[in-house]
Design a protein around this ligand. Structure first.
Ligand code: 5GP
Length: 122
């Protein structure tokens, strides 16, 4: 596996440090959840760990079990707090080049509020 170097100046690191604003939905000691700036569905929030992890490869390798559990719990809370829980939703975490990840800090997208369509377009 490629060595992952975390860039502390990525946009989500700046949001965690409070250097740029976000529309916050939820927070716990290990996670932050906020609304995506360019929503792709009526409900589109991003769940991120507060620790410095590039992506799911990095997080699953290095994060403590407590951080990993908190991340999953935050996704569950986001589904309930947004109302996506009722109708259904999709969780996506893009990784690297093939995954088209743009921001190099682990994040899960939660999309809902309408049918999210097929798993991928071809
Ligand atoms: P990725 O392609 O890395 O999985 O998704 C990055 C997401 O971050 C995109 O959906 C994009 O709209 C969102 N995003 C990028 N910059 C900002 C920002 O400054 N604030 C918020 N709230 N979302 C952002």
């Amino acid at each position: 596996m490629k060595d992952l170097l975390y860039d502390p100046n990525n946009i989500f690191a700046k949001i965690i440090r409070g250097e740029i604003p976000c529309k916050k939905l939820d927070e716990c000691p290990h996670t932050l959840t906020f609304f995506d700036i360019n929503p792709q569905a009526p409900i589109h929030v991003l769940i991120i760990p507060k620790g410095s992890y590039v992506d799911m490869n990095d997080f699953s390798s290095r994060a403590s079990i407590e951080e990993q559990a908190a991340f999953i719990a935050a996704i569950g809370r986001a589904a309930k707090l947004t109302g996506a829980f009722e109708g259904g939703y999709r969780i996506i975490s893009n990784v690297g080049g093939f995954g088209h990840q743009e921001v190099p800090h682990l994040h899960a997208h939660l999309l809902g509020g309408e049918s999210i369509g097929p798993i991928r377009s071809r």
